[in-house]
Structures are given as structure tokens and as C-alpha cells.
Design a protein around this ligand. Structure first.
Ligand SMILES: [Fe+2]
Ligand SMILES: [Fe+2]
Length: 274
């Protein structure tokens, strides 16, 4: 596990039995295998090379290391992250696990989910358009506008926000889930910009945020109000997409935990409960 960059957070929540959640994102798998056509393999090799440069760009821009461990193959990073997740009580994957949803990417992603021996939530990223995702597999959870994993005294709610918008239907579903009062972890790909992370995130461009942009639908702001209401049971918001770590307050009692890129082995472990 020494090859991973693990950040640990404690989230005390009265009434919830202590549990650990492993969170990673943005592996951008560019896989090929024995079933790939020569053209698919060639494209995967090109994309793999591209992500050597892209991951290094993000890491260097944020002072993160770029040694052999961080530059290892994306499939190896995924296997390392799944192995760590198997030491936790649940796993949360916040999107861009695949780079282009090739047949081999689907097989590689599904293999990791099959290897996971703990409950998991997986939401889609902007690299994972839902119309290219198959049905009937573990990763098909990514197609759900809102997904729910029940851990007893805690639920993990996955929100598809890959298009940087929340629909009225998603809002209704979330409202119903939160009305139960069950403590809730929200997982989604694109982060929210807020007063605390404004400098770090806003300047990255509107591609990197799901609020505070021209044409942002009112449902997005209603979504934020729902998360941050004083009586909201939401205890954490987990996000990806940025390719650098960003942890910030959405309200005085609620934090958004943005994990850095999984393709260089970044991962968060949360101890939630009491
Ligand atoms: Fe990404
Ligand atoms: Fe993304």
C-alpha cells in the first residue's frame, strides 16, 4: 500500500457506528486485452501515453510527486486502490474511472468491481457518457441518476452530475431520501465551488465546477440548499474531477472532500461515525 498516497479524515457523526469508507476517482483507464482488436489496442496505447503527460501535468501543477509509483499503469493503480478499499467497510468511486468506455475499459472496470468485496457506489464522470454504458453489470450503477447504497445507519447516495446539472427528478429523489433523516454521504463527480475553495477551483474554469456559471440551472442551487440546510442529514460530500485534492466547507458543519487523481494513486479514507 506504500505506493498509494492515502489521506485520512475523521468525520464524527453521533448515532452512526464507526465505519471506514475508501474514496477514489479519475483513474482514466486506457485498457486493452486479448479480446481487443488491433485498432483498439493501438488507440489504448496512444491514450495511455497521453495520460503519462496529462497526469504529470496535473501533479506538477499542484506540487504532487511524479515518481515511479505515481506513473504506474492505470490498471495497476486501479488494482492497488481496490485492494485498499477491501480493507474498508465501503468504497466510493466518483467517476472518470474509464477514459473513453472502450470494450476493454468496461471489462477492466468490471473486473475491479468484481474484486471489491465491500459495498460500493460508482457514479459516472464526464468521460463516461451514459449511453455508452452497458446494462446488467456492476458498473451499470453509473447509469442511475441517483443511486443508493444502504449501510444500515448510513446511506451513500450517488448523484450523476457529469453534465454539471441536477434535474428536477434527481432533486425530488434526493429530497425523499434525506427526508428519512438517515445520515447520508453524497457522492458525485463534479465539485461545488464555495467561499472556501473559490480561489483554488473557480480559476480552473467552469468545466471544473457544477455551480456559479452562466446558465447554471436553478435546481443546482436548490441542490446546494438541500445539502447545507441546518437540519440536513448529509455528513459528507465526496467528489473527483479536479485531479488535485481540495477539501472545503459547504457550510459550517458540512465538508466537500475532493480526492486527487486515482491514476497517480491518490485515495481518501474516511472514518465516519462514533
Ligand atoms: Fe478526470
Ligand atoms: Fe472529470
Amino acid at each position: 500500500m506504500e505506493t498509494l498516497t492515502i489521506e485520512r479524515f475523521d468525520i464524527p457523526v453521533p448515532g452512526v457506528a464507526k465505519k471506514t469508507i475508501c474514496h477514489f476517482s479519475d483513474i482514466h483507464l486506457t485498457a486493452y486485452d486479448e479480446l481487443s482488436t488491433p485498432e483498439e489496442k493501438e488507440k489504448a496505447l496512444q491514450d495511455t501515453q497521453g495520460w503519462i503527460d496529462t497526469r504529470r501535468y496535473f501533479a506538477e501543477a499542484h506540487g504532487a510527486p511524479t515518481g515511479a509509483a505515481q506513473m504506474a499503469d492505470s490498471r495497476l493503480q486501479y488494482a492497488r486502490l481496490v485492494a485498499l478499499a477491501n480493507t474498508a467497510d465501503a468504497a466510493v468511486l466518483t467517476g472518470d474511472i474509464m477514459n473513453h468506455i472502450t470494450p476493454a475499459d468496461i471489462r477492466a472496470t468490471e473486473k475491479g468491481l468484481t474484486d471489491l468485496q465491500v459495498p460500493y457506489t460508482i457514479v459516472c464522470g464526464n468521460h463516461e457518457p451514459k449511453d455508452k454504458l452497458p446494462d446488467g453489470m456492476g458498473l451499470s450503477m453509473m447509469k442511475q441518476p441517483v443511486s443508493v447504497v444502504d449501510l444500515g445507519d448510513l446511506q451513500i447516495v450517488g448523484i450523476d452530475n457529469q453534465e454539471r446539472r441536477i434535474t428536477p427528478e434527481q432533486l425530488d429523489t434526493l429530497r425523499g431520501l434525506l427526508a428519512t433523516g438517515k445520515k447520508t454521504v453524497v457522492a458525485m463527480h463534479v465539485p461545488l465551488v464555495n467561499a472556501e475553495n473559490y480561489k483554488a477551483v473557480y480559476g480552473c474554469g467552469e468545466y471544473f465546477r457544477m455551480n456559479d456559471y452562466e446558465g447554471c440551472p436553478p435546481e443546482n442551487d436548490e441542490f446546494i440548499a438541500l445539502l447545507t440546510a441546518p437540519d440536513s442529514p448529509v455528513v459528507a460530500v465526496l467528489t473527483g474531477h479536479l485531479h488535485f485534492q481540495n477539501v472545503s466547507h459547504l457550510s459550517d458543519r458540512l465538508c466537500q472532500y475532493g480526492v486527487s487523481q486515482g491514476i497517480t494513486g491518490n485515495v481518501h479514507l474516511y472514518t465516519i461515525g462514533e
